[in-house]
Design a binder for this molecule. Structure first.
Ligand SMILES: Cc1cc2nc3c(=O)[nH]c(=O)nc-3n(C[C@H](O)[C@H](O)[C@H](O)COP(=O)(O)OP(=O)(O)OC[C@H]3O[C@@H](n4cnc5c(N)ncnc54)[C@H](O)[C@@H]3O)c2cc1C
Length: 453
């Protein structure tokens, strides 16, 4: 399928004036959308979407990767999330749960100066990363893989033929584009593709799940950094005085860089354009108050701290697919291994369901819980798979499996499931064959001493 010619998008009325170096143009009212075709179209380029796109390209599939932002990387890069969680089993030196692109990222960023830092314990191993290094990793690897990228593109319409998605109509600043594909991955975080396609989706029925405005401050004194408990206690004591909404804060520091990524606010993330825009601004106000609090309450560390970057609004849980299976808190707690498991984690339940704090329930060292394929497949579709924070789970279960370790595992599973389905249905693939391909993310247990420190 060829792209439409440039004449469809612009309508020069003159060939150009050599004296002024300009030409006159007018929009062509009959301009047609540019069309493109591929095997697998991935919408959303966060941890899940990037994993899906790179894995599908590795399988030899022609991939188009779409994102509504003008840059790749989703929240991992643009919201400055700052740490990979859920990637290791519990204990201070657990084994790695998810491989694939996680191995490549750990290897490549690990080889750079101060781009990664492993924090072992108290519950598990968490990997702090430099978001700029990650953003360049994503961009260069997507390019190397030969993936066609469409940025700043928002879905206006999804064309469906019964249970199959046929194409997406996308709006960009530079004109409309239609992408046709054999299979689709909804890695939008908000189940935007499934919702636009008219499939059933789920939202929280009661209280909202709060997001966070992340902020990076520079010029800190790392040696004087307060402990988490010290920060929490001081926020409880002085929070009202400073107008802080949230009481339990987290600050991530990669040693030797004199910067900290602060996770200190709670903001609502409504699926309504005006309310969401308002919330984006109030989140920054909250972040400023938090920085003032740190400067004044912990001057030894933060006296000279200056905001270096505000992330894009961090969104935890909004809307997700109605899948063939809804992952439940009981399954998470019991470590139930589903017959169609595709990924695993041991990350605690981390439900940000009040403005002041969140539910935090961790698991014992040997605990593992699983993500089933059924939670990735909308029950009304045949060629659409969700990956990342918009899979089907109850509120508490989702709060555990939406961290980036399992998100990457889900992306890989989505690519393999669509590859196996070809022009058939993802509901009819052989689960044994899929799990064989995903065995590293299900059963591999490297000896703990192989973990880099
Ligand atoms: C503040 C905060 C702190 C967190 N801390 C951690 C942590 O420390 N460690 C950890 O592992 N996890 C953490 N999480 C969870 C984790 O970051 C997210 O759940 C995860 O990054 C989600 O990845 P994703 O690929 O599913 O979606 P996202 O990263 O949200 O990517 C979705 C992409 O889809 C695009 N998109 C959305 N709608 C459309 C549309 N209609 N058209 C086109 N494109 C669209 C978006 O632009 C975006 O790029 C945190 C989350 C938040 C909000």
């Amino acid at each position: 399928m060829g792209a439409a010619s440039a004449a469809d998008h612009e309508h020069p009325e003159t060939q150009g004036d050599p004296e002024t170096g300009t030409r006159t143009v007018r929009r062509n009212p009959n301009a047609r959308a540019q069309r493109m075709g591929c095997d697998i179209c991935v919408v959303g380029s966060g941890a899940a979407g990037i994993s899906a796109a790179l894995e599908a390209a590795k399988l030899g599939r022609k991939v188009v990767l779409v994102d509504g932002l003008p840059s790749l990387g989703g929240q991992a890069v643009n919201s400055i999330i700052g740490t990979y969680c859920g990637l290791y089993s519990n204990g201070t030196h657990g084994y790695q749960f998810t491989h694939g692109i996680a191995d490549d990222i750990l290897r490549d960023l690990g080889a750079q100066d101060k781009a990664l830092f492993y924090r072992h314990g108290p519950i598990t191993t968490v990997v702090y990363y430099d978001e700029i290094a990650l953003s360049r990793w994503v961009e260069t690897n997507v390019e190397k893989a030969g993936i066609t990228v469409l940025l700043g593109a928002i879905m206006r319409n999804v064309e469906r033929d019964g249970r199959r998605i046929k194409s997406l109509e996308l709006v960009t600043r530079y004109g409309d584009v239609i992408v046709e594909a054999t299979g689709f991955v909804d890695a939008t975080g908000d189940a935007a593709l499934a919702f636009q396609a008219g499939f059933e989706c789920r939202e929280s029925a009661g209280h909202p799940v709060y997001g966070t405005q992340m902020v990076v401050v520079e010029n800190i004194d790392e040696e004087a950094h307060p402990t988490r408990d010290e920060m929490r206690l001081r926020m409880e004591e002085k929070g009202d005085e400073y107008g802080l909404l949230r009481r339990n804060a987290v600050s991530f520091v990669i040693p030797g860089r004199r910067i900290a990524a602060l996770n200190m606010t709670h903001t609502e993330t409504p699926l309504e354009p005006l309310a969401m825009s308002k919330s984006a601004l109030s989140g920054k106000n909250q972040a400023d108050l938090a920085v003032r609090f740190l400067r004044e309450q912990f001057p030894a560390c933060f006296r000279q701290a200056k905001v270096r970057a505000y992330g894009m609004p961090g969104i935890r849980q909004t809307r997700w697919i109605a899948g063939r299976h809804q992952l439940t808190l009981d399954e998470v707690r019991s470590g139930h291994r589903h017959h169609d498991a595709i990924g695993r984690t041991a990350w605690p339940v981390e439900l940000h369901d009040t403005d002041k704090g969140y539910v935090w329930q961790s698991f014992p060292p040997e605990h593992v819980h699983y993500v089933p394929l059924g939670s990735l497949i909308p029950h009304e579709g045949d060629n659409l798979i969700a990956a990342g924070r918009c899979i089907d789970a109850d509120l508490a279960a989702l709060s555990s499996v939406r961290v980036m370790g399992p998100c990457m595992a889900m992306g890989a599973a989505a690519a393999h499931a669509l590859d196996l389905a070809g022009s058939g249905s993802v509901n009819q693939i052989d689960i044994g064959s899929l799990q064989k391909r995903l065995s590293d993310n299900l059963d591999r247990q490297d000896a703990p001493w192989e973990i880099r420190v």
